[in-house]
Ligand binder design. Structure first.
Ligand code: GDP
Length: 313
């Protein structure tokens, strides 16, 4: 099985959408991500404070059904484009944040260009509607020029007026994300196979050693699994969610902190579970050798999907 192979369709199950928040600087991306994170009342009561681990998942309700949404917790198109440049398609939906008192700005256009080039559906969050001088209608009108026509004007893009400060419109935003996902995307993934996915964030923790936040894209990741992530490898010692709670396993679209790697991988590295430690070590060794060679040749080489496939053969 190579990276990206989805295996048997019988084993596919619906998974939550993965969302990246993009938009012009100061239009409220960070604030909005914080506000959405705090909609998770159940989790908050049970687990306490949410940590910033690079991604989080919230539970919400749509038409009486409990649904989850995963948010990549690093705003901006840098992470989006860096991951895509490396072949990792992480984002299902882009939430484009536009401040209602400021309007469409250069980075708004840049962000929507990236999303459109990647054929990722966009939900527009018209933010800061609590402010004096907010003009949400103007944002809708401005964005028609870029092919984003609001549903109420006969288009197929959902616009939601929100305030990350007063929290107005947040539930509508979550609903719009799910409705857009249901209308435009077939979000299913294999839950039976060994896990594969992408490293969202990684660091060296004083007490715990290398800690990587990974997003499982297919399969189920379990404590005890041997995995390779970029040129790092190791056995999963523990899995922690965004509340620091220990998990036994992580299924598709679940962001989870992995403790147990022997070195720190890089954001955008792909990861996969292999049958035994020995194989994980071999693949990692081979990649490290390749990186050393590339370094000698001047620049540090990034592991591409092709390298990963080649290393597996
Ligand atoms: P980012 O650069 O896009 O991540 O923007 P931030 O989230 O850092 O927000 C920029 C500034 O706008 C901060 O001072 C926020 O407090 C403020 N801000 C963000 N959202 C809102 C909002 O909905 N209403 C108001 N009044 N201020 C907001």
């Amino acid at each position: 099985l190579t990276f990206g192979d989805e295996g048997d369709e019988e084993d596919w199950e619906t998974r939550p959408p993965v969302v990246t928040v993009m938009g012009h600087v100061d239009h409220g991306k960070t604030k909005l991500l914080d506000a959405v994170r705090n909609t998770n009342v159940v989790a908050r009561e049970a687990g306490g404070i949410t940590q910033h681990i690079g991604a989080y998942q919230i539970a919400t309700e749509l038409d009486g059904q409990e649904r989850a949404i995963t948010f990549i917790d690093t705003p901006g198109h840098e992470s989006f484009t860096a991951m895509r440049a490396r072949g990792a398609k992480v984002t299902d939906i882009v939430v484009l944040v536009v401040a209602a008192d400021d309007g469409v700005m250069p980075q708004t256009v840049e962000a929507l260009n990236h999303a459109q080039a990647a054929e990722v559906p966009i939900v527009v969050a018209v933010n800061k509607v609590d402010k004096e001088g907010a003009n949400p209608a103007k944002i809708r009108q401005q964005l028609t020029e870029y092919g984003l026509v609001a549903e109420e004007y006969g288009g197929d893009t959902m616009f939601v007026d929100v305030s990350a400060v007063t929290r107005q419109g947040l539930d509508d935003l979550l609903a719009a994300i799910l409705l857009t996902a249901d209308a435009a995307l077939d979000l299913r993934a294999n839950t039976e196979m060994d896990a594969q996915g992408v490293v969202i964030d990684a660091k060296l923790d004083r007490g715990r050693g290398p800690v990587a936040t990974v997003l499982v894209q297919r399969g189920t990741l379990r404590v005890g699994d041997s995995l390779v992530a970029g040129d790092a490898f190791g056995r999963v010692r523990s899995l922690l969610d965004e509340h620091g709670a220990k998990l036994k396993e992580a299924t598709p679209a679940r962001p989870v902190q992995v403790v147990g790697l022997t070195s720190v991988p890089r954001a955008g590295d792909t990861f996969l579970v292999v049958e035994e430690d020995r194989v994980a070590r071999q693949i990692a060794d081979r990649r490290q050798a390749r990186i050393r060679n590339a370094q000698n040749a001047s620049m540090r080489k990034r592991i591409s999907l092709e390298d990963l496939d080649a290393a597996l053969k």
